[in-house]
Design a protein around this ligand. Sequence first.
Ligand code: C2E
Ligand code: CA
Ligand code: CA
Length: 712
Amino acid sequence: MDNYNLKDDVMTNIVNLLDKDGTFMEIVEEIIHETQKYLCTSHAAILQISVDNSWINSVISYVGEDEEPLPVTNMAMEKFHIDVEELKCCNMDNSTEQERKTLQYMGIKSIVIAPVFINDIRVMYFAVMDVHSVIEYNKEQLKFISDVVNIIQAIAQKKVTKNSLLSSYEVLKAILNSIGSGIIVFGRTDGNIFFENDIAQQIEEVNRTASKAVKEFLHIDKRKTKLLKPMEHYDPQSGLWFEVKFSDLTWIDGSAVSVCTIMDITQKKKNQQKIEYQANNDFLTGIYNRMKCEADLRTILKQAVEEHIKGAVMFLDLDDFKHINDGLGHQYGDVLLQQIAAGLQSVPGLRGHCYRMGGDEFLVIVPPNQYSNLDRIVENVIAMFNKPWYLMGTEYFCTMSMGIATFPDNSCEVHELVKMADTAMYDAKKSGKNRYSFYDSKKDVNTIKRLDIENNMRQAIATQIQEFIVFFQPVVDIETRKCVSCEALVRWDSKTLGFMGPGDFVPLAEYLGLITDIGDYVLEEACKQCKLWNDMGYKDFHINVNLSVVQLLQKDVVKNVREIFDKTGVNPCNIVLEITESFAINDMDRVMKIIDGLKELGPEIALDDFGTGYSSLNYIKQLPLNIIKVDKTFIDDIVEDEYAQAFIKLIVDLSKTIGTEIVVEGIEDIHQFQLLKEIGVDYIQGYFFGKPVDAETFEKTYLGKVLGKEAL
Ligand code: C2E
Ligand code: CA
Ligand code: CA
């Protein structure tokens, strides 16, 4: 085939490639190979020009057989001293000094080079080179090369206009510059910058962050991470946060590039911190919440296991919070919770370790570095609750029950550990509130039933209130030993759970607010019974009924009691309402109002469990009490305990001056009875004379009778 025909054939092939499908790179590669069939030089290439004109790179190259590739990879523009405005021929014989230097650098003897324009921008060169000889090209050859460049240009133009986004570098630049983020396009492997938008270039902190991120990116094994997850970068100099994202794409010229976008997320970060704060902190008290507690515990427990160190969690539940909240209003409750939160935080060693778990429950983590101070911390927390709180200008006492579980001894699992502390707390509540107890696995068996009890209790109250049975325990005149009254004490004969004493469900009922329903029922049953026995001829016989603090602080308690009195037709003078000291020590004004309201209905008022709470004689003086019931704990050791004897004597003397009667509870033996008689107590109640029994048994055994004959 002669040269003429060869040229035509090659050109026909190349023109046919115009309509071929495939990428720009693929097509141009074929074109270059075709050209070499005719031109037969050692090398040919498409040299891509970087956007900022700082370097050129051989992106498609033809390397003749037995030839070495040319060193035109990311060649700095400073080294390329050929001014290619249009097709140009240079060789070692007929060029300028600068041009020859360039050829030397590239290792070639001659070059024909022509710019390829897309949308009037010079984006690449088409170069035909030879390393062996100085070639003088004839007109025909130059025309051929020029035609090839036109075809390449046409193909490139077609390809870019097809793709609207990349329709031109200028449009692309404009778009990338209008994006609020910094954008850097760089060679995926070498990190050469193809493009930087204005933000990435001009804003110092973005530029700093980008270079750092790109450097890191280049060090990652990209075979494993094709696309990286967005990363957050903090720029300490500016105090700004950036989100850095990488994605891979093929650049307009076909290069494999990565795009790095750098977005200022400082505001988002701040919002996120706010959200995190809200997610981790209790809105009311500002201390951490349950979620944060569990997260922190997880970390601490893991550490404790690894490092063999100990710690504890303390679960606190306020004893009388319901009264303050329901009775006095939420403002009071809120202030109290805030004060308690602040108080806990200020216990040395506990800052940052206190959590509000919800409602009136708090949890404290005693971290391993504070574990040796556990005793002191417990004391501090208890001391906090032994002082009154100042709410809206008034003093309130609010006690708490606390359960303590230790790790890793009790458990190393977050939920289990918290549950154990909660169990221990409930145990403390059951044993009379205002105390703490350590988790004891032996007791746990009982408390596992707690949920069972709760569900059954709700159901029983709703449908089978008669499952609650009222027992009566005799109260005896110490002089005559005659049973003059009794105390109504509730029991629950549950179909599913069996027979239970109040210790098993009253604290829970109070805790859940269910005591009101149970209490109303007991009061009604007691009133019916009292009326019955009064009508039988025991006209002055009294029945004492316990009123829970929760019940008492109900808004309509007075109305409720009146309705029950009316409904049963009982003589209210024969009913004694027993209230506990913990009620009496709260807001005195309010307490007085409620008690006055109740007293107007006719019943007597007894202060129950005297001696277990904050025995303040000042309070008692202010209350319109008829009876003071001294708690069993006081007389347990009375025979040996001179202090207890002296104290009861004081109460007896005091009661005479304020006009109240004294009942001592829990008399179990004759020594106690005799001693109390000497001291001058009015009435006694206890197993020594009789246990609580059902109404029928009571009527037969105790009603109006003189008791203790056998023993005395
Ligand atoms: P409480 O009001 O102090 O009732 C006296 C408790 O002491 C009764 O226990 C009674 O059985 C017990 N007791 C009486 N004498 C002796 C004795 O000599 N030795 C011993 N070891 N115990 C004695 P119970 O019936 O188990 O009631 C426990 C508590 O449950 C009551 O203490 C009271 O706080 C509460 N409770 C009982 N019934 C009701 C009720 O209807 N409503 C409310 N709100 N609470 C109730
Ligand atoms: Ca009582
Ligand atoms: Ca009592």
